[in-house]
Unconditional design. Structure first.
Length: 194
């Protein structure tokens, strides 16, 4: 998805640059056969535009809304932390290695993330935890934010986090890698632990 977004942004930038350069060249009279004081659009298109009346403006508004929505989606994908999507809400996993035990298991990934956060909060040093599961079932990632109580040893919380991730793997079959955790001592400042 990242490569697709980069190519799409590059293409949009290239098209806008070319359109802008052609417009400037036409406006300054540098394009052969183009009058800098005349309309840039062909006469037939201007005539058709005027004949459509308010429908032309409605079509232009709809096209603008579609472009704005597409741009918003693209921008949101680029600004998403780490650029990764959350796991699908209804996650279907293959269970079992042979025919007798093979089957499919359906999990609700937001519920799984909430259960993992609750498991983290069971430790006395953890005041609050927020967990997101990202990527897909084959390559899941876990991102967590942990608000800790005052003077807590990070190693103790790290060990508890390790046990919680092992429990997640044992119960769901998901093996998150990487696991990225932001720890906020006392809920104020942030330091990153991997």
């Amino acid at each position: 998805m990242d490569r697709f977004n980069r190519v799409l942004w590059a293409m949009i930038g290239l098209v806008l640059a070319v359109v802008g350069a052609v417009g400037v060249a036409a406006g300054r009279g540098h394009l052969p056969g183009v009058d800098p004081r005349g309309a840039l659009l062909p006469r037939w298109l201007l005539t058709r535009w005027h004949s459509w009346g308010w429908w032309a403006w409605a079509a232009l508004a709809v096209a603008g809304l579609i472009l704005a929505w597409s741009g918003w989606r693209l921008l949101r994908a680029e600004l998403r932390p780490g650029g990764r999507r959350s796991l699908p809400a209804d996650l279907v996993l293959e269970a079992g290695d042979d025919r007798e035990t093979a089957g499919k298991v359906s999990l609700n990934s937001p519920a799984l993330a909430d259960a993992t956060a609750s498991a983290l909060e069971r430790h006395a040093a953890v005041e609050h935890a927020f967990v997101r599961l990202l990527g897909d079932a084959r390559h899941p990632e876990l991102r967590a934010r942990i608000d800790m109580a005052g003077d807590t040893d990070l190693r103790v919380v790290g060990e508890h986090l390790g046990r919680t991730v092992e429990q997640l793997t044992a119960t769901s079959g998901l093996r998150p890698d990487p696991v990225e955790v932001t720890v906020r001592p006392g809920g104020d400042t942030g330091s990153r632990v991997h």
